[in-house]
Design a protein around this ligand. Structure first.
Ligand code: PGA
Length: 236
């Protein structure tokens, strides 16, 4: 597992990862033809490692599942793409059919495809330290569907560990919109590291506003939040 950054694998991180992996596994067992929205980044790596193990030992069947990456760089080489990340960290360990691995960079109308697939059953979403969800940066309106977006310096700095230096971090991406994410039947928000506590607390405190895109998640009736730090907001 590629694990950039200086944070180790704490017991709390493992516990968070296990709980989220259990939710995804339960979803697949309850509905084998589930549509999932899947994040990248550091936070879901532990969850993907657990799911990969269960899948390799035959405990999870992905043959009818459809997976939709939440976002993707538009100016990255393939080795650093989120498609490659999901392939390496999850897909290749499962029996998810290659034609069921969707990426917004390669689909003309992602929202139409998601809708035609029955809609997202579960979207797992990370939070950026500036409050972004997927690549919906501050200022993105609630009524946003899949769109391209310039990345903020904050986001590019946070992702520099994947690229070696900030200069080589992509500047533009395509992302599910906030409306896309809110259309999911269920949302699981994950946050790892004390540096996420402040923004998560602000997001959960409301009121929802485009200045803090994650705040819109609390409008959803089926949001669960999982962290690897003590968090007094809406519990998971
Ligand atoms: P991280 O990214 O999991 O690498 O912290 C989360 C995000 O920016 O959405």
């Amino acid at each position: 597992m590629q694990f950039p950054g200086d944070q180790g694998l704490t017991d709390d991180f493992q516990a968070m990862s296990l709980r989220v992996a259990e939710i995804i596994a339960s979803q697949l067992r309850a509905k084998p033809a589930s549509c999932l929205g899947l994040p990248t980044g550091r936070t879901p790596l532990g969850c993907y490692q657990i799911l990969s193990g269960w899948s390799e030992s035959g405990q999870l069947d992905w043959s009818k599942v459809k997976c939709f990456a939440l976002d993707e760089y538009l100016d990255s080489d393939d080795s650093r793409s989120f498609g490659t990340y999901l392939q390496d960290n999850l897909y290749r360990h499962t029996n998810l059919p290659p034609e069921s691995r969707f990426n917004p960079r390669f689909v003309d109308d992602y929202d139409a495809l998601i809708a035609a697939s029955g809609g997202l059953d579960l979207a797992v979403v990370g939070i950026g330290r500036n409050g972004h969800i997927a690549f919906n940066e501050p200022g993105t309106p609630r009524q946003s569907w899949t769109h391209s977006a310039w990345l903020t310096d904050s986001t590019r700095a946070a992702n520099a560990a994947w690229f070696g230096s900030i200069e080589t971090v992509p500047r533009i991406a395509v992302t599910m919109g906030i409306a896309t994410l809110l259309s999911s039947a269920e949302i699981v928000l994950i946050a790892s590291g004390e540096h996420k506590r402040g923004i998560l607390t602000r997001a959960s405190s409301g009121p929802a506003s485009a200045g803090l895109p994650a705040s819109f998640l609390w409008e959803h009736s089926s949001l669960r939040v999982f962290t690897d730090f003590q968090f007094a907001g809406k519990p998971g």
